[in-house]
Design a protein around this ligand. Structure first.
Ligand SMILES: *[C@@H]1O[C@H](CO)[C@@H](O)[C@H](O)[C@H]1NC(C)=O
Ligand SMILES: *[C@@H]1O[C@H](CO)[C@@H](O)[C@H](O)[C@H]1NC(C)=O
Ligand SMILES: *[C@@H]1O[C@H](CO)[C@@H](O)[C@H](O)[C@H]1NC(C)=O
Length: 508
């Protein structure tokens, strides 16, 4: 170390010449470089260097493909974080949590000029026992082949599970390691007192379809108890808890105990067939698109597709409830010029046929299914086929953000059922309008493609944008409910039912 004079008095190194300074810096840099290259080549690298990711090839859009990677490759985060509150419940715990939340919210209010708007949502994801989470995903994964012929009400159950797999896509994004996540509007917090919202990761749809009925109901009850034992649930009566129940039959037996939570639903079904009046309403719940059954028709596919069919429909021709209109419509349209109507289900062969048909058609018919909405609508959107929605009461996903009048035609069932009306209506739509709607569809398709990693502007992203819009209202109701003094009149009687929707004419 000759040439370097160490001054004990000042405690610093003082190189005597610029050349030596250069040499010293060079050595230091080499050492740093060496350390970095070791750490990035080691399999246990802690992500000091963010891995360079090919932006498109790493995105999975298929539930089966993504789940395979999720279960077998991704390191599973077992750590519960520094979870200050869990497992026990008492009014005292709930009060303590409430105090901590109050402190945090105060801080954010005074520190952040925009709080609560424009700040990322903070979500606490419950670490539920694996029987509610991983075990169910494994069950789906392991039984995928053997149960390929298993059907429910005529549809293959695995396709039904895929179609409702929003619970997987949202959860997989929330629990992914932070450096791999692309969504900026939601972050996972590991302390309950920092949370705006609580996410319940329970795969209710898989349970419903793949577990024996009584056993599944028992699991529902266990999940219910587990959640209700949480102080955070006790504090808000579940108002700030997110419950994915996207299949209308799933979790049915115990839903009524969680009716104040934020439900993630396929639609509102105001007919009362699936949801009891007073359990679901727009102010509280959120509608999420079905996971599309067909592949995206991308820019290349769109420019190549020759749309020679005027109107296409493929599906089962007899359905319950509001779906009765299907049979009548089909009767009216069958055999007409430019109309293609096929009987079929959503199985593997069905997927290819539906995809081919939609890509060859200008308009895709979307009559009400069992519920007012159906996966077919989203299949049409990602196929570039303009949906013709025949339904008198239909709430669509992300309606506060997306304008469906620009991509779909809305027709009342009374109009559609007049002989000849629908076809002459479609024939009267001008070429310019068709072109414009097709261009809008191409632009909108990304909002309906669930993926991992979840993409900005994808459905997961829009879920959190919608949720942010609800946040102030959720907090308001949580606080009001706590203000009720035992024996006094409730100050929180407003359950804000959705307005009574009566049949309306075409919206466009
Ligand atoms: C499913 O059905 C097809 C045709 O009926 C049959 O060939 C196949 O073996 C069945 N698969 C299973 C796993 O039962
Ligand atoms: C909160 O906990 C108390 C005491 O265990 C219980 O009586 C009450 O029903 C709980 N409230 C909710 C909403 O779970
Ligand atoms: C909705 O309003 C109409 C007309 O005001 C009424 O006839 C109908 O009974 C109402 N439906 C419900 C479910 O309240």
């Amino acid at each position: 170390m000759a040439g370097i004079h160490y001054s004990a008095a000042s405690g610093t190194f003082k190189p005597r010449s610029p050349a030596l300074l250069f040499l010293f810096a060079f050595l230091a840099l080499t050492l740093l470089f060496y350390i970095f290259s070791i750490s990035s080549s080691s399999p246990h690298s802690t992500g000091l260097l963010i891995s360079s990711r090919n932006p498109s090839s790493d995105i999975d859009y298929s539930f089966v493909a993504s789940l395979e990677k999720f279960l077998t490759k991704s390191p599973r985060s077992e750590t519960a974080g520094e979870d200050t509150f869990s497992g026990t419940t008492s009014v005292e715990d709930a009060r303590k949590l409430d105090d901590s939340i109050w402190k945090n919210e105060n801080q954010r209010l005074y520190d952040d000029a925009f709080y609560p708007a424009f700040s990322p949502l903070k979500v606490y994801v419950y670490e539920m026992p694996s029987k509610f989470t991983y075990d169910l995903l494994w069950l789906f994964h392991n039984s995928y082949k053997e149960t390929s012929n298993l059907t429910s009400n005529g549809s293959p159950v695995h396709r039904l599970i895929e179609q409702h797999s929003i619970d997987y896509w949202l959860w997989a994004d929330l629990i992914a390691p932070e450096p791999e996540r692309l969504l900026k509007n939601v972050i996972r917090v590991h302390k309950q007192e920092e949370a705006d919202l609580f996410y319940i990761p329970f795969f209710t749809t898989i349970c419903f379809f793949l577990i024996e009925k009584q056993q599944c109901k028992a699991l529902y009850r266990e999940a219910l108890k587990w959640v209700m034992d949480q102080p955070a649930w006790n504090r808000s009566e579940g108002r700030d808890h997110i419950l994915p129940v996207h299949h209308p039959w799933s979790f049915k037996s115990v839903r009524k105990f969680m009716k104040k939570a934020i439900w993630l639903l396929p639609d509102m079904d105001s007919t009362g067939n699936w949801y009891k009046p007073g359990q679901v309403y727009l102010e509280k719940d959120l509608i999420l698109p079905y996971v599309a059954n067909v592949d995206l028709c991308d820019a290349k596919c769109l420019s190549a597709s020759k749309r020679t069919t005027l109107l296409f429909f493929r599906g089962r021709l007899k359905r319950n409830a509001g779906g009765k209109i299907r049979a009548k419509l089909v009767e009216l349209l069958r055999g007409a010029d430019g109309v293609s109507i096929e009987e079929g289900t959503a199985g593997e062969g069905g997927k290819a046929a539906a995809q081919g048909g939609m890509r060859k058609s200008i308009f895709c018919l979307n009559p009400a299914g069992d519920t007012p909405s159906s996966a077919r609508l989203f299949d049409a959107i990602v196929s570039g086929c303009i949906p013709v929605i025949v339904s008198d009461e239909l709430e669509l996903p992300f309606e506060g953000i997306l304008d469906y009048r620009k991509i779909a035609l809305f027709v009342s069932s009374s109009d559609a059922l007049q002989p000849g009306w629908l076809l002459s209506f479609l024939e009267s739509v001008g070429a310019a309008q068709i072109k414009e709607m097709q261009a809008n569809l191409a632009k909108y398709a990304r909002h309906f493609l669930y993926s991992h990693p979840a993409q900005p502007l994808g459905p997961e992203d829009l879920v959190w944008r919608m949720m942010a819009g609800k946040l102030v209202n959720i907090k308001l109701h949580t606080r009001r409910s706590q203000r009720v003094v035992k024996g006094s009149r409730s100050v929180c009687t407003c359950e804000c039912r959705r307005p009574n929707v009566t049949s309306s004419g075409p919206l466009s």
